[in-house]
Write a protein that binds this ligand. Sequence first.
Ligand SMILES: C[S@@+](CC[C@H](N)C(=O)[O-])C[C@H]1O[C@@H](n2cnc3c(N)ncnc32)[C@H](O)[C@@H]1O
Length: 379
Amino acid sequence: MGQLTKIRTAKAKTRAPKVNKADLPLGKILAGDCVEEMRKLPDASVDLVFADPPYNLQLGGDLNRPDGSHVDAVTDDWDQFDSFTIYDNFTRDWLTECKRILKPDGALWVIGSYHNIYRVGAILQDLGFWILNDVVWRKTNPMPNFRGTRFTNAHETLLWCSQGEKSKYHFNYRAMKTLNDELQMRSDWTFPICSGAERLKDDEGNKAHPTQKPEALLYRVLLATTEKGDVVLDPFFGTGTTGAIAKRLGREWIGCEREASYRKVATARIEKELPLDESALTTMQSRKTQPRVAFGAVVEAGLLKPGTEIFDKKRRWKATVRADGSIECGKEVGSIHGVGKTIQNAPSCNGWTFWHYEAGGEVKPIDAARGLYLLAAED
Ligand SMILES: C[S@@+](CC[C@H](N)C(=O)[O-])C[C@H]1O[C@@H](n2cnc3c(N)ncnc32)[C@H](O)[C@@H]1O
């Protein structure tokens, strides 16, 4: 529960120094080194950073399959660092800039593999970021371990971090639960690696980028931790997966990418992407973001009349609704929450979901009456 109080809702953001969005290079891929490019951006101006930095794979020599064919691994220059120290210094530099440009209630996502994620994790903690979750992306179709000398490397790790231990951050808990068939979304996510029509190809039909991330992964990250209109920055833009999904979901985006060929692929990709309709973008809201409704107001509005019998789901207790919104259950009298708590001898009780009523031959939680009240209030 302590965690929940820190979550920012769409309505209650932490006050940040005002940055005019028009002063930001929204919808642009900044050409060059991300540290240099981020240094040009104002403090506290970005809601979310999604970073897919070089892995520092340290691959030595070519990798072939048992049939002799060549494995298309990440051997590009951008993934080469001469030592861990050089990689760590680079990591500290770009994370420092992320920390500065993020709003106080902004958040950071970093994705990586065992080669780099532990180093990145330690450095971001040293800089004051607070890890909220480590999410495991389990790949349904990972590349096998061709030499048969180790386990198949079948996952990557994402770190989701707030600006600090006490910082607010944004989490669309309700939308995530809805996305997951009404089950709380867990920290292990299963997606295939990017393939088929989604995989971008160059003019010769080869992969346009060795580490293009699946769109579904970015879709979940952005839906879970941003709102429509939020500014999302990706310092390692590659093929622009973050930009494409941000555009689709009505978020603003900024990318940094130092390789011209990737910028070209990303630009063409994002141009083709269409934003979803305003109505399609509305997600389920948690109770915290909905206006508070007193049970008395529901009674007053005639949606549950005084004298109505309410009961728990298993019909172990029944109570009567009174004119002032209190309820009576045997000797206990009080609010829907208080009486529910006392009769169950529980530390707390959400009366809206505990008590039920009958309407049109159906048993419904009294929360349904609150829903009707909210609907009427919207008209
Ligand atoms: C792991 S890939 C990101 C792939 C991307 N998430 C996608 O879905 O296509 C890392 C990218 O960062 C770029 N990069 C590496 N170092 C950089 C730096 N210092 N500044 C800007 N871009 C950099 C590389 O060219 C590469 O495209």
